[in-house]
Design a binder for this molecule. Sequence first.
Ligand SMILES: *Cc1c(COP(=O)(O)O)cnc(C)c1O
Length: 392
Amino acid sequence: MVSPDKLGHFGEFGGRFVPETLMAVLLELECEFKKAMKDPSFKKEFAAYLQNFAGRPTNLYHAERLSKQLKALKVYLKREDLLHTGAHKINNTLGQIILARRMGKTRIIAETGAGQHGVATATVSALFGLKCVIYMGAEDVVRQALNVVRMRLMGATVVPVTSGSKTLKDAMNEAIRDWVTNVNDTFYIIGSVAGPHPYPMMVREFQKIIGQEARRQFLKAEGDLPDYLLACVGGGSNAMGLFHAFFNDKAVKMIGVEAAGHGLNTHAHSAAIGKGTPGILHGSKSALLQDTDGQVQIAHSIAAGLDYPGVGPEHYYYKTIGRADYVSVDDKEAIAGVKLLSRSEGIIPALESAHAVAYLSKLAKRVKGRKTVIVCLSGRGDKDMGTIKEVM
Ligand SMILES: *Cc1c(COP(=O)(O)O)cnc(C)c1O
């Protein structure tokens, strides 16, 4: 299995590019995380909350009508959309908050772009009665007003960030500033397989249950492993969560789908692997959308959760060693993906997940013979009805 080296590198990516003041707390976090993962009582508590609060295991559903339509593909959906709060993010926030309590932390902070990670963090903070502060770009506070209501309803303080572009990367900087100031009582919950070591490894460990379940469920249903795995990639946590358990199954091909937004030859996309270059964001080295001066570019996707200019370092590593392929799907194709799954199966996917669904149509044209595929349905579409209403 792929483990990062001692300093958190996956190949040449990852690492820990942070101010000196954060080194001690990251080392402490890494040490406590490793201890927790070896402690049966931590594993038992995490597993119990995943089952009783989040709703695991999720179904692996054979999408029969969709498969018939696609002809060349037999499609199974890993139904993370059925989890409490409607997406896979709850797996990770539960893992991190249980660790935070173990470490005696009483205050939770997080940053959020679209608000989905903020909602998942506010949810688990309410569950355990911990103080919760969410940093969110002032622009995003306006654009994602309903998620702000959700967070406040569950008792979180939402702090609008008015510096810079007033979006996710500015909220990230503000959260790091808070953490530096309040390290003693505060735990910083990062929402994807990004950030400084140990976060990419830790978030993957909390999300890898997706692939572990899917592998077992698929073997039971088909008596064999799937030919393909397909998942959308923002920061990359649902994709890595699905991929990781299959790393050593060399015959299983992995495809990560990035957001091509208005198109890869515009600047309005989020394809960090497809079009980015190596750089440092959020404390680790990975593929990044940046200009020639190294300034981070503003990403775009119709799916708010994919709207991130970087990507987790382990994905960039998978790309460089050829273990996974990364493709992209634009805004229009994603909408077509929403319609395709809604009409063929009666399942309305999140716009993020719809990127993976949309790629099925392209994959079906590429393969020879009939192939099997697991699609990670990372979330449900309820949150996207406003956007979808506009484009329809
Ligand atoms: C946040 C989100 C994503 C993107 O995050 P990853 O870390 O790439 O998984 C994808 N799908 C849904 C439904 C989300 O909420």
